[in-house]
Design a protein around this ligand. Structure first.
Ligand code: CAA
Length: 393
């Protein structure tokens, strides 16, 4: 059977960062609560001229530079921090990346889960026509109210995936376990820029979804836990993934030590929660830091509050190490400018009216920027020169 999956994967984040030590000091909290209790060190914060579009386009650019745009006829943009109620964020990205007009572009929403729905849809499109490739973008800014318990689990990041036949990174296996249930654990009303969350309920809803998705995976004929070599779970904070793997171990009766997922935490400890991108930032970290993955099976658990869960598997392809981007991700993370508490709070509270013209200050050093609002519409631009046109593989 033809294999279909992730041909390449790239990450991007913002150019500002808040160290959780700064937040701990301000909140009078022992920093160990954040570093050990939640398993988080820093969180990316968008500058005034950054958002899900600029991060998504920055993540996609290296894929186009490496593989070209040929065969891409679909962009699926997954986010739960959309910038418009009607227009897909993918259309701004499509323009910034100077992609051909012969494409369908659409936005997917179901909290942190929707990138997995986009990935599954992409697999279906490629199965129907293996000459096509699909660009899947997951990009989010996680925002909770200042001084809330969710505040240290904010963050921002984007993952871009090129989905194709005969993938070079991860061949996705056909069996998935899925679960959906209407639960008010976390949501964001239309008039709110921050999420409403019942933290405790969100954790139990995540665990319930994980075991239910696993049960459905097993019932659908999925492999046993002992046949899975590594795990990569949605990581709103990395400690939750540790708890989830322990729960799966208990649930299946198979010993699943934390070493099977440890490498997947490297980026998310630094990014904070990036909602839809979180699982795929975990996957990128695993592929970048584990040298013994060729031919191995990874089990992935995707969760989106509200709530939908999916457990699925993929086989790492032999040449995956040649496609790594660890250095560029390390540079991006290290190049972020630390915010003072006052700067962070000012950014968090900044108003973003859509009914008057305004321009953003030039802050980001990324390739694209959000320039402001003109005639009620969002305006984006390349920061220096326009991106080089896609090169062929
Ligand atoms: N040293 C070491 N550890 C410490 C510590 C210290 N000094 N002080 C506390 N801790 C530990 C606690 O023991 C606890 O660990 P355990 O859970 O293992 O016992 C951990 O730090 C956190 O402490 P609390 O439970 O007291 O933390 P909290 O109540 O202040 O906040 C939270 C936790 C409710 C999850 C909150 O961060 C939150 O609401 N986050 C947003 C919601 C979220 O991320 N939910 C996850 C599931 S939903 C989802 O997955 C979708 C999504 O992306 C949002």
């Amino acid at each position: 059977m033809m294999s279909i999956g992730i041909h390449d994967l790239s990450l991007a984040t913002t150019h500002r960062v808040l160290d959780l030590d700064t937040l701990a000091e301000a909140n009078g909290v022992d920093p160990a609560k954040y570093h050990i209790g939640l398993g988080q060190d820093r969180m990316s914060i968008p500058a005034a001229d950054e958002d899900i579009v600029t991060m998504g386009a920055q993540a996609a650019l290296p894929l186009l530079e490496r593989h070209g745009a040929e065969g891409i006829r679909t962009i699926l943009f997954a986010t739960e921090s959309g910038v418009d109620q009607s227009k897909s964020a993918g259309l701004f990205l499509h323009e910034l990346l100077e992609l051909p007009r012969t494409m369908r572009v659409v936005e997917f929403k179901q909290a942190c889960y929707s990138a997995t729905a986009a990935l599954q849809s992409a697999l279906g499109i490629v199965a129907r026509n293996p000459r096509e490739r699909v660009l899947v973008i997951a990009s989010d800014v996680a925002r909770y109210e200042l001084d809330s318990s969710g505040e240290p689990t904010q963050g921002a990041g984007a993952a871009a995936m090129l989905v194709s036949a005969d993938p070079a990174l991860l061949a996705i296996e056909p069996i998935s376990g899925v679960v959906s249930r209407d639960v008010d654990d976390f949501w964001r009303p239309n008039d709110s820029t921050t999420a409403v969350v019942d933290g405790r309920l969100s954790v139990t809803a995540y665990m319930d979804a994980m075991t239910s998705a696993w049960d459905d995976f097993a019932a659908a004929g999925g492999v046993g836990a002992e046949e899975i070599d590594r795990f990569c779970f949605h990581q709103p904070f990395t400690k939750l993934a540790r708890k989830a793997l322990a729960r799966l171990s208990q649930h299946t009766g198979v010993e699943l030590p934390d070493t099977l997922q440890e490498a997947s935490f490297a980026y998310n400890r630094e990014l904070g929660n990036s909602y839809t991108a979180s699982l795929y930032a975990g996957l990128a970290a695993l592929l970048d830091h584990d040298d013994d993955l060729a031919g191995r099976r990874i089990g992935l658990f995707s969760y989106g509050s509200g709530a939908v869960g999916e457990f699925f598997t993929g086989i790492v392809q032999p040449g995956y190490r040649q496609l790594r981007r660890a250095e560029s991700i390390r540079d991006q993370l290290a190049g972020r400018v630390p915010l003072t508490l006052e700067e962070y709070r000012a950014l968090h509270s900044a108003a973003h009216p859509s009914d008057v013209d305004w321009e953003t200050p030039r802050v980001t050093e990324g390739p694209f920027r959000f320039a402001g609002i003109r005639d009620r519409a969002r305006r984006y631009e390349a920061t220096q020169t326009a991106p080089a046109g896609p090169t062929q593989e």
